[in-house]
Design a protein around this ligand. Structure first.
Ligand code: SAH
Ligand code: AVI
Length: 350
């Protein structure tokens, strides 16, 4: 699942039978009670010791979590993916024609389904040589790589399993122009300084010809209502609830905790003051969850653990965020329904 070793891992040697560090296969051969991931354990316990208990959303994404997210992207309520896909195939190809990227680095690539529109545009203008998908979900990334290699035989696909909150490291120098992309409004899951530092890591690597393309979900306003946003995180089929609860499955498997999934329920609401969706798991009763080393965490009846923040933006908020990361907005587009935006930025002049 996570890149637990701390550094970036190459996925080049992913022939059958190869076990990636930190992958679910690796976890299966460890006894969670004895081979506990100490760093993960400490991080989780620190989050659960806060007055508002909190878990990092990166723990959603084991293989099952990545598949559940894919299911979310196909839900009728989850307008984000479809709207972004439309922008990627309408306004963005003209931007690609101007940039003519040699390298595309995608942060939090997942299935890279929408990325095909960018790769197609790069192939059309004859510029695309290298695709570097970066993701913490190593096992799922392996499938993505196999598929992209089959679909784009002329492209060199050089995956990196890494936590994108850490400085980015690549085995080979990136040939310029490089287009960094952060799609799906993933930026919203890194509120405040975390998002600035994530974008700064990309900005640090950018030369004058390089660009950052970022998809961001918009705040309610215009044709978009608060109810539209809340429905996207409270789908009728309950897939988002399953995705939310998956974090407890991951903790039970990776850390050997004994979270009872039937004693927690999904909660997601829009916080107008901060312009964000907050996703929580609510404890249905007073309970004690056991952790390795004889430790335990108490939950009161009705107490929640926040599992994700999903920030929503407007143009000014995106410009402000980019500026904090030494980036300057070049292009902006949003759909007619005021739902989703796409920005292109460059390194700001110093
Ligand atoms: N870009 C895709 C997937 C978005 S889901 C899309 O737009 O549909 C968010 C992705 O980011 C997942 O694939 C998840 O595994 C990855 N991710 C989440 N936190 C991460 C982190 N800290 N480091 C690297 N990847 C992360
Ligand atoms: C990946 N990320 C941008 C999604 C979001 O909308 O914040 C994850 C997600 N959480 C619930 N549904 C989807």
């Amino acid at each position: 699942m996570t890149d637990r070793g701390g550094g970036a891992a190459s996925l080049e040697s992913t022939a059958d039978g190869v076990v990636l560090p930190g992958s679910p296969e690796a976890a299966q051969v460890e006894d969670p009670a004895t081979a506990v991931n100490q760093a993960m354990l400490e991080e989780v316990l620190a989050g659960l010791a806060q007055s508002q208990k909190e878990l990092s959303p990166k723990y959603f994404y084991d293989h099952r979590g990545s598949e559940l997210f894919e299911d979310i992207t196909r839900l009728p309520e989850y307008y984000l993916t479809g709207t972004e896909e439309t922008l990627l195939s309408s306004a963005v190809p003209a931007w690609i024609e101007e940039i003519r990227p040699q390298t595309l680095v995608e942060l939090g690539a997942g299935s890279a389904r929408k990325t095909r529109a960018l790769l197609d545009a790069m192939v059309r203008v004859g510029s695309g040589k290298v695709f570097v998908p970066v993701d913490v979900s190593g096992d799922f990334l392996r499938n993505t790589v196999l598929q992209v290699r089959t679909e784009y035989p002329g492209l060199s696909v050089e995956p990196v399993v890494a936590d994108i909150t850490r400085p980015l490291e690549f085995a080979d120098p990136l040939s310029s122009p490089t287009l960094f992309v952060l799609l799906g409004s993933t930026i919203g899951n890194f509120p405040g300084p975390a998002g600035v530092s994530l974008l700064s890591h990309a900005a640090d690597l950018m030369g004058p010809e390089d660009r950052l393309l970022m998809g961001a979900d918009l705040r309610p306003g215009g044709a978009k209502s608060r109810a539209d946003v809340e429905a996207a995180y409270n789908d009728a089929a309950g897939v988002t609830a399953e995705f939310n609860l998956n974090v407890l499955r991951v903790l039970n498997r990776e850390l050997g905790t004994d979270f009872r999934l039937d004693r927690f329920s999904h909660l997601a609401y829009y916080d107008d003051e901060h312009g964000r969706i907050e996703m929580h798991l609510r404890s249905s009763e007073a309970q004690t969850v056991r952790f390795p080393g004889g430790r335990s965490v108490e939950f009161a009846e009705g107490e929640t653990v926040r599992t994700e923040i999903s920030g929503k933006y407007d143009r000014a908020a995106i410009e402000g965020l980019l500026a904090k990361a030494s980036l300057a907005l070049d292009r902006w587009t949003q759909d007619e329904g005021d739902r989703f935006s796409m920005s292109l930025s460059r390194r700001a002049a110093t």
